[in-house]
Design a protein around this ligand. Structure first.
Ligand SMILES: Nc1ncnc2c1ncn2[C@@H]1O[C@H](COP(=O)(O)OP(=O)(O)OP(=O)(O)O)[C@@H](O)[C@H]1O
Ligand SMILES: [Mg+2]
Length: 561
């Protein structure tokens, strides 16, 4: 990621953006020409006789009206379309960032806070978009009005021009000083809002825990302290903005004007400057000072955008987990597995600084058999299963499916072939139907109902207020734990994978329902490889072999009678 990458975001909009820049320059030039018309009338035309002057006055005013129209039309155009280009680029960057984020390995999400990630994807890019169009626009306008008015003024009167330029450094120094402070203030405030978001996300998603421990007070204190920091950041911005803009507009600009009046008056008394020229000079003072504060803003925005772009590229440069399947021979990504899963000397740890969770594990699961995995809590059962769909990279050893190393396999086809009913069920906001259909996009209603029936979910779904169209709330909050579990089993049934992992998939169910699901499983398991993690004897009996995991090692256990 580099400048080249950055520029590539302009590419789709280059024509409209060129037009925006043209309009920005045009409006600056039109604004520049207005005082010239005034000078023409006051200096040239008024010196003539009334008869000669009338048509000239009329024409010049007409020209001025024309300039005003150009100024307005191009102003509206570059303001509207410029912002639109910025917003479109922002949209593109955000899409790219989201898409990239999704493809990052699970390890990344283990580390990052959801709230601050959200802040990155939404807020961070706003500043960049502002810069994307204001940046080039400002350079154009700066060049047009600053350089333009300098040339005009210098031609009218060199000495008076030099007076103005002798005073301008005052503004430049003041601007540089305050831009640094403002930039720091903006950055700080952005960081604080990120923290605030992360806090908020944490508390709101854990609201039930908060309430059950009646910890509203400490949560409020935590929040209000983060909120206070954000508030202080805002106040700091307002303070600096007030000092900068007010001093610029109400002190420094009138000061320069006064300087010009003073020097002009002296020059007039020496007859080296005429009164109309002084008026023109006074009209131009604004054209010289306002681009200065504009360019100062530009510098601030630029550094801001650079920081935003830095964070953007930081994420974009992270390696995504998949090796796209482009040149993969067909035998490396079979459309459907037979289901022979083999662990060979697999070791795994979650981080280089952490201890091994799994130690030199070897395990052979022939196709179309089911095995069970037991072990105390924290033994690494879930971890072992998460290695099969390659959620994490192995620390040592290899896993083969149908004799192909999963490292060499196309990640998408690997995951398409593996169904997981996870220990902590995650359902999405939406209807029951949508959530089951997640297992097989484009599934028909019959297929969905069939899967729900197999997972013993059909009956309770029909009793929901709107049946299959019932909205289950965020994370499926409006369902019971066992109902959620059955939906996630239905989702896996619908996916119809040759390799199925059931991680305590029926732990929340009552005996009746569990037995009923086992009946469905019997027929479902027939020609599949199934890994069952369970504690209940009734579930373990489904397996042809039981393996026990302890302290990173695995060994076969006897099937209890
Ligand atoms: N994302 C993670 N990052 C770091 N360590 C982890 C992570 N997930 C699990 N662990 C650690 O790995 C070990 C094994 O966890 P795992 O979830 O595989 O256990 P388990 O056998 O499934 O336990 P349970 O029966 O309670 O579900 C635990 O000691 C846990 O602290
Ligand atoms: Mg587990």
């Amino acid at each position: 990621m580099s400048l080249k990458k950055f520029l590539s975001f302009y590419k789709p909009y280059k024509f409209i953006f060129a037009l925006v820049l043209l309009c920005a320059a045009l409006s600056s030039l039109a604004a520049l020409a207005l005082p010239l018309c005034i000078r023409y009338i006051t200096v040239e035309v008024l010196a003539m006789g009334a008869e000669e002057a009338m048509p000239l006055i009329f024409n010049t005013v007409l020209l001025m009206l024309g300039l005003i129209v150009v100024l307005t039309v191009s102003g509206v155009f570059y303001d509207y379309k410029g912002h639109k280009v910025g917003a479109m680029m922002e949209r593109d960057m955000r899409n790219e960032l989201f898409n990239h984020c999704q493809k990052l390995p699970i390890r990344f999400f283990d580390r990052e806070k959801t709230g601050s990630l959200m802040s990155r994807i939404t807020n961070d890019l706003l500043n960049m978009a502002e810069f994307c169009h204001h940046g080039p626009e400002n350079i154009f306008m700066f060049l047009a009005s600053f350089v333009g008015s300098f040339i005009i003024l210098f031609n009218i009167n060199a000495r008076l021009t030099l007076v103005i330029f002798a005073l301008l450094p005052l503004m430049i120094i003041y601007t540089i000083f305050f831009q640094g402070r403002l930039r720091r203030a903006y950055r700080e405030s952005r960081e604080k809002i990120g923290d605030l978001n992360a806090d908020l996300e944490d508390t709101l998603s854990g609201i039930r825990v908060v309430k059950s421990f009646t910890n509203e007070e400490p949560e409020y204190k935590k929040f209000s302290s983060a909120n206070e920091k954000f508030f202080k950041g805002r106040v700091n911005i307002y303070k600096n903005e007030a000092f900068y803009f007010s001093v610029m507009d109400f002190f420094l600009t009138p000061l320069i004007t006064t300087g010009v009046v003073f020097a002009g008056a002296v020059f007039i008394s020496q007859s080296t400057v005429t009164a109309p020229d002084l008026i023109v000079f006074l009209l131009y003072v604004g054209y010289l000072t306002s681009p200065l504060s504009r360019i100062a803003q530009w510098v601030g925005q630029f550094q801001d955008a650079l920081a935003g772009f830095g964070r953007f590229t930081e994420v974009m440069n992270m390696k995504t987990e998949d090796l796209p399947a482009e040149n993969l021979p067909a035998e490396k990504s079979p459309p459907r597995f037979k289901g022979h899963v083999e662990f060979k000397n697999v070791s795994f740890r979650y981080g280089d600084e952490l201890e091994n969770v799994l130690e030199n594990i070897s395990l052979d699961i022939p196709a179309a058999t089911s095995i069970a995995l037991v072990g105390s809590s924290g033994a690494g059962k879930t971890t072992l299963c998460s290695l099969i769909p390659r959620f994490y990279e192995l620390s040592a050893g290899d896993i083969f499916i149908d004799g192909i190393n999963i490292k060499d396999m196309d990640l998408a086809s690997l995951r398409r072939n593996i169904g997981v009913v996870a220990q902590d069920v995650y359902l999405f906001n939406g209807s029951v139907m949508d959530n089951i259909a997640y297992g097989k996009p484009g599934a028909t209603e019959e297929e969905i109902i069939q899967a729900a029936k197999m997972a013993k979910a059909h009956e309770f779904i029909l009793q929901l207020p709107k049946g299959y169209s019932t909205d289950i709330g965020q994370r499926g909050i409006r369902l019971s734990g066992g109902q959620r579990q059955r939906l996630s089993i239905a989702r896996a049934f619908l996916k119809d994978p040759p390799v199925l992992i059931l991680d305590e998939a029926t732990s929340a169910l009552d005996y009746e329902n569990e037995r009923a699901i086992h009946e469905s499983l019997d027929s479902f398991m027939k020609d599949r490889t199934v890994l069952i993690i369970a504690h209940r004897l009734s579930t373990l009996k489904k397996a042809s072999k039981i393996f026990s995991l302890a302290e990173g090692n695995i060994e076969e256990a006897l099937i209890p009678e």
